[in-house]
Design a protein around this ligand. Structure first.
Ligand SMILES: Cc1cc2nc3c(=O)[nH]c(=O)nc-3n(C[C@H](O)[C@H](O)[C@H](O)COP(=O)(O)OP(=O)(O)OC[C@H]3O[C@@H](n4cnc5c(N)ncnc54)[C@H](O)[C@@H]3O)c2cc1C
Length: 410
């Protein structure tokens, strides 16, 4: 054997070993959830503070570039991989997981709808420098009406300026950039919107409210007066109507529901540990909580099945398809409406199993944080608003049983 053959073999062995050892996205996030986020979750919740430890670790592991294409230095992950990571993190700290979900969602909007050299350079920066992206769609006056803006982009000499009164911007103070919806021009109708990537230091956020809430306290989502400027190339190329229908709607509802699934994982795991402990203490008997656990398992599988089925339908990298029409909007809204209720049912069911040990803080079975976090699900775009939207969409669509969402299409 010649020296060069030995060297080639050694190099091959090293690269195989590196490949074997490189953790997957899910492995990295699961480890960070278990080893870092879990240790700080109660303090993050109590102090309503940004989960800095978890995010330092996620950045270190390159997780913020998960959805950036490999050609731009990211990991090129699929929606399903991103969802699995978010779910794994939510088991330990739902605030951290919701922040990661919201960040992934913003990145997806840029990847799928931004083509300008400025936006491509910015995406490479997101992966390379692990930039954290926030979102300002909600606006004072119009609330959660995603498809209408009052504020407008003012363009001059290749640059824009924009001001928005944003009543809820999660982790705004910790973000490196904010994706903002606005009318295309000051003359545009409220629904003629664009999405602008507003990057520090050219975006100023003046805090206008407090964030002292029931749950998801670590998302740190107060109101801000947002003032931004930037080159026009930082405005997403596709109209926001397309961004919203094709990407924001599926990615938000699918990634958020993975957060809720992770909260449900934590609750079921605590309930099941509680029943096993009871069974050990009274051998030969079936503890009374076992029946409730079996009921809880049914609801948990409804939630899991609903999320998995919708993911399979829209994970384009895994045989799914792009959301586009009325039927898709109804299906995705139904995921949000269903999953946001089921997560509360699962955590409440777990509380019934664990009783006082679940109700009391500081036990291995405490469920207070999970229950409070779960209740945010129905408000993150109000379920009433979404039900109202679906009521109108179903009137527009053909027979919902006959239309394409039920014709066995993936
Ligand atoms: C934890 C958390 C984080 C968030 N982060 C962000 C963020 O980063 N960026 C951002 O832009 N926004 C964010 N939001 C805001 C969110 O997405 C919604 O836009 C916001 O919660 C809507 O606020 P609202 O319920 O006061 O307003 P609205 O949506 O205006 O609803 C107010 C009330 O009116 C009723 N209502 C509204 N419409 C209808 C209707 N059509 N039919 C019947 N009843 C109706 C509902 O019952 C609702 O309770 C966040 C919210 C939460 C809870």
């Amino acid at each position: 054997m010649t020296v060069s053959v030995v060297q080639d073999a050694a190099a091959d062995a090293t690269s195989v070993a590196a490949e074997v050892q490189a953790p997957t996205l899910l492995q990295s996030v699961r480890r960070i959830g278990r080893d870092v986020a879990a240790a700080h979750a109660d303090d993050v919740d109590r102090s309503a503070r940004f989960p800095i430890e978890a995010f330092d670790a996620l950045k270190e592991a390159g997780v913020l570039g998960a959805l950036v294409p490999e050609g731009l230095g990211g990991r090129g992950a699929t929606l399903g991989e991103a969802g699995a990571g978010v779910r794994a993190l939510a088991r330990y700290c739902a605030s951290s997981a919701m922040i990661l979900a919201m960040h992934h969602l913003q990145v997806a909007c840029l990847v799928r709808h931004g083509r300008s050299p400025g936006l491509l350079r910015f995406l490479a920066d997101v992966a390379g420098r692990q930039l954290l992206l926030a979102s300002a769609t909600t606006e004072a006056g119009s609330g959660g009406r995603l498809r209408e803006s009052s504020c407008a982009v003012h363009a001059e000499n290749g640059r824009f300026v924009l001001e928005k009164r944003a009543p809820v911007v999660s982790y705004g103070a910790s973000a490196d950039a904010v994706l903002v919806t606005a009318r295309r021009t000051p003359e545009s109708a409220p629904g003629d919107q664009v999405l602008a990537a507003c990057v520090r230091p050219d975006v100023l956020l003046e805090q206008t409210g407090q964030w002292d809430t029931l749950g998801l306290r670590g998302t740190c989502s107060p109101g801000f007066m947002l003032r931004a400027a930037g080159p026009l190339t930082m405005i997403v190329d596709d109209p926001f109507a397309d961004v919203a229908a094709e990407t924001m709607l599926p990615y938000s509802h699918i990634l958020w529901s993975h957060v809720w699934l992770g909260i449900a994982d934590a609750a079921v795991s605590k309930a099941s540990a509680f029943v096993r402990r009871k069974a050990r203490h009274e051998p030969g008997t079936v503890p009374p909580g076992a029946r409730r656990l079996a009921e809880l398992d049914v609801v948990f599988h409804q939630l899991d099945g609903l999320v998995s089925a919708t993911l399979a339908r829209y994970d384009e990298d895994a045989g799914g398809r792009r959301a586009e029409g009325v039927g898709d909007a109804v299906t995705l809204n139904a995921l949000k409406l269903g999953a946001s209720k089921l997560v509360v049912e699962v955590v409440s069911g777990a509380l019934a199993v664990c009783g006082m040990d679940g109700y009391r803080e500081g036990t291995p079975f405490s469920l207070g944080r999970q229950l409070r976090d779960a209740h945010s699900a129905e408000l993150m775009v109000s379920n009433d608003r979404i039900l109202g939207d679906n009521a109108q969409l179903l009137l527009l669509s053909r027979d919902p049983i006959e239309n394409d969402r039920h014709e066995g299409k993936p």
